[in-house]
Design a protein around this ligand. Structure first.
Ligand SMILES: *Cc1c(COP(=O)(O)O)cnc(C)c1O
Length: 408
């Protein structure tokens, strides 16, 4: 075997980093530079960073399942039976028993005929939107829809219109002016990821129907959180069978990883053939599917998890209401709006110095001037944990007299 000689080893072939350094500096100057902490423990309310313990209020692990013994056990057993990797995309040879079983379980859970797994929720949104609408079509979305929806809308090539947040009359007037398009698709988050508020789904269902538009609902934050049985916002609003395309994530309350689309059998067959983020990527490891199934089973078998989460939400909001007139958020997501990116970063740093992890959420994730700390609650937080958060918010000066309600 002859080695290929590398003649010009000494020469520098890499591009200049100047523009990268310039752009990073510009982000830093505007308090918009992002970085992450390294978590050295499992994802529980108490986590380790740099050998120290922090109380985390920023995880989407709403039911605390990410480190649940039954989920871990399910994954271990699946690895022993099926190995780890899948070696190919679903349509080639990556489709295994556990993918089939999980999709059946998701369809049952969501009350649809069928479901299709994607490696992530991001890819599910991209895949579905790009499959259902294209150049001659129009897609209409809420201003605060998740980034993966916005990216899907843009990438689809369809005309893309945004209506003001939760504004159904604006949605209707946009639909009135959309009759020239081949297909119309309305897409909304059910729970908005940065504000924690909820979409007016019953009205949106009626309007979409009236204008013959396809309706797609992203139930990522509601799955395992809303509805008596934790099936999501569609169960909560009694809208089973009325949403054409139901998107969800297994990465949040379910405590695993993966995204899905649930809907009619023809719709799922269509996606198998048209959704590029499904077709051109390797199938999820079977152990991941086993973990997701265990997560869904836990949600089905123990509704007390959801009850505990909602008790925590009520307790946090009652504690905050002593200080604030209005508390945004109708879900485990409770945003504390700070304003400028710099102020949000400073507040986050002060909390961190006092043992609490809540990173600042800044543009472009949220509109300029609305930088915030986004509290996420878990069922595994205790009342003491929530009291500690309130104490420290007071201690660092966020919950001050000007926030105190006039009780006279
Ligand atoms: C998190 C999230 C997604 C993406 O889901 P992943 O499984 O994390 O890729 C999509 N939509 C919304 C509203 C989300 O919050």
């Amino acid at each position: 075997m002859s080695a290929i000689k590398c003649e010009h080893r000494e020469k520098v072939y890499l591009m200049s980093n100047d523009f990268i350094l310039d752009e990073l500096k510009a982000l830093k100057d505007r308090a918009l530079l992002r970085d992450y902490k390294t978590i050295e423990s499992a994802q529980d309310p108490y986590i380790q960073i740099n050998g120290k313990t922090f109380l985390s209020f920023c995880s989407n692990n709403y039911l605390g399942l990410a480190n649940h013994p039954k989920i871990k056990q399910a994954a271990i057993e699946a690895i022993q039976q099926f190995g780890w990797g899948t070696g190919a995309s679903r349509l080639v040879s990556g489709n295994m028993t556990l993918h089939q079983e999980l999709e059946k379980k998701i369809a049952e859970f969501k009350g649809t005929e069928a479901a299709l797994l994607f490696p992530t929720g991001y890819m599910a949104n991209l895949g579905a939107l790009c499959a259902f609408v294209a150049k001659r079509d129009i897609v209409l979305g809420d201003k605060l829809n998740h980034a993966s929806i916005i990216d899907g809308c843009r990438l689809s090539g369809a005309a893309f219109r945004i209506y003001p947040h939760k504004n159904v009359s604006q949605l209707e007037s946009l639909l009135q002016r959309s009759s020239m398009y081949r297909r119309k698709l309305v897409v909304t988050d059910s729970v908005f990821s940065m504000d924690g508020d909820t979409a007016p789904l019953p009205e949106i269902v009626n309007i979409a129907k009236r204008y013959d538009a396809i309706l797609m609902v992203d139930d990522a934050h509601a799955t395992g959180v809303f509805g008596k049985q934790g099936k999501g916002m569609i169960e909560h609003c009694g809208l089973e069978g009325k949403i054409d395309i139901v998107m969800g994530s297994l990465s949040k309350a379910v405590g695993s990883i993966g995204g899905f689309i649930a809907g009619s059998k023809p719709l799922i067959d269509f996606l198998k053939n048209k959704a590029r983020p499904f077709i051109y990527t390797t199938a999820l490891p079977p152990a991941v599917c086993a973990a997701s199934m265990a997560g869904l089973t836990l949600i089905q078998e123990d509704v007390s998890l959801i009850d505990t989460l909602w008790k925590n939400i009520a307790f946090l909001k009652s504690r905050l209401s002593t200080f604030m007139d209005t508390i945004a958020g109708e879900s485990p997501i409770v945003p504390l709006i700070v304003g400028s990116a710099e102020d949000a970063v400073n507040l986050s740093t002060k909390l961190y110095q006092n043992g609490i992890l809540i990173p600042a959420i800044r543009p472009p994730t949220v509109p300029p001037g609305t930088s915030r700390l986004r509290i996420s609650l878990m069922a595994t937080h205790s009342a003491d944990d929530i009291n500690r958060l309130i104490d420290i918010l007071q201690y660092v000066g966020f919950l001050t007299r000007e926030h105190v309600k006039d009780v006279c």
